[in-house]
Design a protein around this ligand. Structure first.
Ligand SMILES: CC(C)(COP(=O)(O)OP(=O)(O)OC[C@H]1O[C@@H](n2cnc3c(N)ncnc32)[C@H](O)[C@@H]1OP(=O)(O)O)[C@@H](O)C(=O)NCCC(=O)NCCS
Length: 305
């Protein structure tokens, strides 16, 4: 098995075909994956490559520096076709190559998520010396089974920025950083610098400001959440990055944002919404109250370089 960086359109199609077989709940377009790489590598170390056997791609790995960590942490993935009879050996080789790339960037630790529905993954990672560092239940909401209302305090990023052309991005940045500081992460949180955040919000072609929502009441941003409708399968969406500023917690902000987003999704024909949460995070309990049902656990595995 050898490894090749992605350059041509068909390289990205091969890579994304494997990614979408593996992550069937959130299929993406090759062009979006390519744009996301172009954007990401402007701001941090980022590598994307496929593992090739007999001229055909059999694995796809994004390796990305974590900007919210002070410790040289890198996220990576080693996507393989879950039905390939050689999946374990392709996975092991792609993981080893990813760790080599992280070390070459000067990184200190690699972190990879194992999708609990693929029971063959964890033994491969343990054999390679990785340790489990976090568990995130992955759950699904069947949208048709629920009938939630819109809430007038919930507005999209695009609407808010239209109304606040001068300082809107700065207000959103403060809201997101204050919420994200309490996210359960497998490393200590570091704020994203304003200029980096601004570039991501305004210049990343993959960021859809009409699917990012704020809770805005009495002139103050109190919380935010994001929905990612799949451009490949319009019946599927993922949701996440939900947070409420500390002083407004336990006042129903997160619940109302979620209800609004589910109503919004239903109106647009989305049938399933997927999400993951750290197992002890109150958001997981709130999601269960809203009707999400657990499918399996995502498990984060980490190893020092
Ligand atoms: C998790 C979080 C978004 C909840 O926001 P919130 O606006 O306070 O949540 P709500 O007020 O809508 O809570 C709804 C229900 O969730 C549950 N809940 C929320 N926070 C809870 C907590 N700290 N402990 C126990 N249950 C909690 C309760 O059942 C609550 O209903 P109740 O207040 O009537 O008992 C907020 O604590 C937060 O921003 N945390 C930091 C970021 C984060 O971890 N985000 C989630 C990961 S994506």
């Amino acid at each position: 098995m050898n490894f090749q960086d992605l350059t041509l359109d068909h390289d990205w199609s091969d890579a994304v075909r494997i990614r979408n077989l593996y992550n069937w709940t959130n299929p993406v377009l090759p062009s979006d994956e390519r744009n996301s790489f172009a954007m990401s590598r402007k701001q941090r170390n980022d590598a994307r490559f496929v593992g090739v056997v007999d001229g055909a791609a059999v694995s796809y790995s994004p390796v990305t520096e974590t900007t919210n960590s002070p410790n040289g942490d890198y996220w990576f993935a080693a996507f393989v076709d879950p039905n390939d009879p050689h999946r374990e050996s392709y996975l092991a080789k792609a993981v080893e190559e990813s760790m080599r790339r992280i070390a070459a960037f000067g990184g200190k630790r690699g972190m990879v998520e194992s999708r609990g529905e693929y029971e063959w993954e964890a033994p491969v990672l343990l054999e390679l010396g990785f340790e489990k560092t976090m568990t995130l239940p992955f759950s699904c909401l069947e949208v048709a089974e629920h009938d939630y209302s819109y809430h007038p305090q919930v507005v999209t990023f695009s609407k808010f920025l239209e109304l606040h052309p001068e300082d809107g991005v700065h207000q959103i940045w403060r809201c997101e950083m204050e919420c994200a500081a309490d996210l359960p992460l497998p490393f200590p949180f570091v704020e994203t610098p304003y200029e980096v955040f601004r570039e991501r919000i305004l210049e990343d072609p993959n960021v859809d400001l009409t699917c990012k929502f704020l809770f805005w009441e009495d002139g103050v941003l109190r919380g935010l959440t994001t929905l990612w409708p799949s451009k490949v399968n319009p019946k599927l969406a993922a949701t996440g990055i939900t947070g409420t500023r500390p002083q407004y917690r336990r006042q129903g902000v997160a619940r109302r944002m979620k209800e609004h987003v589910i109503a919004w999704s239903k109106e647009r024909g989305i049938e399933k919404i997927f999400t993951d949460n750290e197992e002890n995070n109150p958001m997981f309990q709130l999601n269960l109250q809203l009707g999400f049902r657990k499918l399996f656990d995502y498990e984060v595995y980490s190893k020092s370089c």
